[in-house]
Design a protein around this ligand. Structure first.
Ligand code: CAA
Length: 369
């Protein structure tokens, strides 16, 4: 039922704007409005904090169905989960009440600030500093590649509180867009997910109350990694949705497009391509849902499953969208059809929340027993 209702909403309110959102690289406000009106913008927030209490599988299905029509829009529920999960995993009760409630009500989105210009795959090499000063923390530094930056009201920021301790000297904080000293870089000019703004976040001596630290001092890196264990499942779901959208479109096309006197879908060469695409997609879906179940239960093997689902589903999405472009031939290569957008959008799922090379490091260090 959830899938059917999100699909209907996505097709009615989000799909009609997807091409133009991509073309103009503008934020999909219609999607945010429609998702918020239906309590689907941050479906993972527990009911006790005013949310809809969707579990990890429900959240994956919402993201998947939105991504099926517009990958940029699917970053609304996905990044709201990424930004708030550090709070849900490690935050004080007071912080959770203040911020989770605000996100659930639709008062603002939440972004996640881990990466920096010199700290991408090597996240623990970050340089943004947080220094304690009386009843405040003062943050100073630059965060890069921040999804939905500038649109989001709230930011989870990882910063160094003890430079001598590498990952153990990193802490997590809540920063608000309106805090003095917060500003944003120009939007990155990207290959895909053009409707989701990616900007630098500048922290220029940003003074925040001491109680905005998330968890104990020095636990920020572990919180950031635990968060990614869960949210890599959401990127896998996004990849599934993009791939499903491409497969659905290509399937319809080959039944209508006629060459050599018949629909091209009647040729075995085309049928074999579709069979392979559907097979890879279903395998990716099963792994993603298995990972979602582990995320919900908090199983010990989630780290492996989150990384493997994200890696496998994103690689599958890249292959499936590329083959879908191929099935449309020259038409697939034009902006008159949605396939080239889907292929461009799929690419990011192999890169963000840890490149697929990093996922393999994570998997190798956490092989299942
Ligand atoms: N859960 C809990 N703790 C963890 C953990 C996890 N999954 N992973 C690591 N830790 C802890 C370790 O236990 C370790 O503590 P101990 O020393 O006590 O054992 C500490 O953190 C440091 O861990 P590592 O030694 O493994 O750290 P590392 O420096 O070797 O880095 C890495 C590991 C996996 C490569 C990590 O840096 C990483 O994941 N890099 C990729 C970063 C990334 O995914 N960025 C994505 C940005 S967000 C984004 O893209 C969002 C978006 O736009 C939508």
């Amino acid at each position: 039922m959830l899938r059917a209702s999100v699909r209907a909403l996505a097709e009615a309110k989000i799909a009609p704007h997807a091409a133009e959102v991509d073309e103009r690289a503008r934020f999909p406000q219609e999607a945010l409005d429609a998702l918020t009106a239906n309590d689907l913008h941050a479906v993972h927030i527990p009911e006790e904090y005013g949310g809809s209490g969707g579990d990890a599988l429900a959240t994956a299905i919402v993201i998947e169905e939105v991504a099926r029509v517009c990958a940029s829009s699917s970053l609304i529920p996905a990044v709201n989960k990424l930004g708030t999960l550090p709070l849900m995993l490690s935050g004080s009760e007071d912080l959770k009440r203040r911020y989770l409630g605000a996100v659930a009500r639709g008062d603002g989105m939440f972004s996640y600030c881990l990466s920096e210009p010199e700290a991408g795959s090597d996240a623990a090499a970050m340089r943004t500093r947080a220094v304690r000063d009386g009843d405040s923390w003062v943050l100073d530094g630059v965060k890069r590649w921040i999804t939905n930056a500038g649109v989001s009201e709230f930011y989870t920021v990882m910063a160094v509180t003890d430079p001598t301790r590498r990952s153990k000297g990193i802490s997590a904080f809540v920063v608000e867009k309106s805090d003095e000293g917060v500003s944003f870089g120009a939007p990155e000019r990207k290959l895909g997910i053009k409707g989701s703004p990616t900007r630098e976040v500048y922290l220029d001596n940003v003074r925040i109350p001491a109680d905005r630290i998330i968890g104990e001092e020095g636990t920020g890196f572990a919180t950031a990694m635990r968060t990614l264990d869960h949210t890599r499942v959401t990127i896998a779901a996004q990849a599934l949705g993009i791939a499903q959208g491409a497969l659905d479109y290509a399937k319809g096309y080959v039944l209508e497009r006629r060459q050599f006197g018949k629909a091209i879908g009647e040729f075995q060469g085309i049928q074999f391509m579709l069979a392979d695409m559907a097979m890879k997609l279903e395998a990716a879906r099963q792994l993603t849902y298995a990972a979602a179940a582990r995320s919900e239960r908090g199983d010990a093997d989630l780290t492996f499953f989150g990384a493997s689902a994200k890696c496998f589903a994103s690689d599958a999405a890249m292959e499936i969208t590329t083959d879908a472009v191929q099935l449309l031939g020259g038409y697939g290569y034009t902006r008159d059809y949605p396939l080239e957008r889907m292929m461009r959008d799929a690419k990011i799922t192999q890169i963000y929340e840890g490149t697929n090379q990093v996922q393999r490091i994570v998997m190798a260090r956490n092989l299942p027993n």
